[in-house]
Design a protein around this ligand. Structure first.
Ligand code: 1GP
Length: 244
């Protein structure tokens, strides 16, 4: 089970890396080589999804990842169309930083019967969007306000409430391609106040930044954009995170 792997890694203080794949972006050839590289360097997870997909590539994307690596594929769905039984697990994201009822529970009601009949491991995840210096796709598409980047107290209380509501993960996201990643003081504050694993992503470009985040309590680092532009960074980033 994927969630038990996340818990075990946290208990052993092993930091993990997830490679975020937007199914629209890479070619099959690029995906194959990224999957093979991720397998060689022992990346921990693939997260697959996006705020808005404009092609029907989700299935082929998962097939390509699976036929070129043994790394678990976890859906990170921007909407209900991004559910596929080909994946191993799904982050059942409730947008707890926002006040859009549809993103908090509405979409979940629609997805629930499909998920119940699938073999997907469903992982309840408190998703917190953090302001990042520009309007991100997720902010616009989710029609929700992000938490201001300097309001650590709001982030901490939101994460605490998420844990009390039974979420199994907290995902702090500055959004894909964020100008400013989530600040370390906010990650530290959240980590000090919840026991569940903390995922951090959005705008992480360097191994140094990833290490800094891990040192203040991030358990899983998610990187998407940077690997799209510089796949060779995957090796260095994975080694850095695994060395913390
Ligand atoms: C976005 O956290 C992810 O949801 C990753 O962001 O693409 O900026 O690495 P980047």
């Amino acid at each position: 089970m994927i969630y038990s792997k996340m818990l075990a890694a946290k208990a052993e203080k092993r930091k993990q890396i997830s490679v975020l794949i937007d199914p629209d972006k890479p070619t099959i050839r690029e995906l194959e080589s990224l999957a093979q590289l991720a397998e060689r360097v022992k990346a921990d997870y693939f997260f697959v999804g996006g705020s808005l997909l404009t092609n029907d590539h989700l299935g082929i994307c998962i097939d390509t990842l699976k036929s070129n690596s043994s790394i678990p594929v976890v859906l990170f769905p921007g909407n209900n169309l991004q559910i596929s039984a080909k994946a191993d697990a799904l982050l059942f994201l409730s947008l707890i930083s926002g006040r859009n009822a549809d993103m908090l529970i509405g979409r979940h009601v629609i997805a629930a019967p499909y998920l119940k009949h699938s073999k997907l491991e469903v992982i309840p995840t408190g998703y917190m969007l953090i302001e990042s210096g520009k309007t991100t796709s997720v902010e616009y598409m989710s029609n929700s306000l992000p938490i201001p980047s300097d309001k650590n107290d709001i982030a901490i209380c939101t994460a605490m409430a998420g844990e009390m509501l039974g979420m199994k993960l907290i995902y702090m996201d500055a959004g894909s391609g964020a100008l400013n990643p989530v600040q370390t003081s906010m990650i530290q504050g959240v980590n000090n106040n919840v026991r569940i694993p903390v995922i951090v992503g959005g705008g992480i470009k360097t191994p140094e930044k990833a290490i800094e985040n891990c040192n203040v309590g991030a358990d899983i680092i998610v990187v998407g954009n940077s690997f799209e532009k510089h796949p060779e960074l995957l090796s260095e980033m994975t080694a850095a995170i695994h060395s913390v």
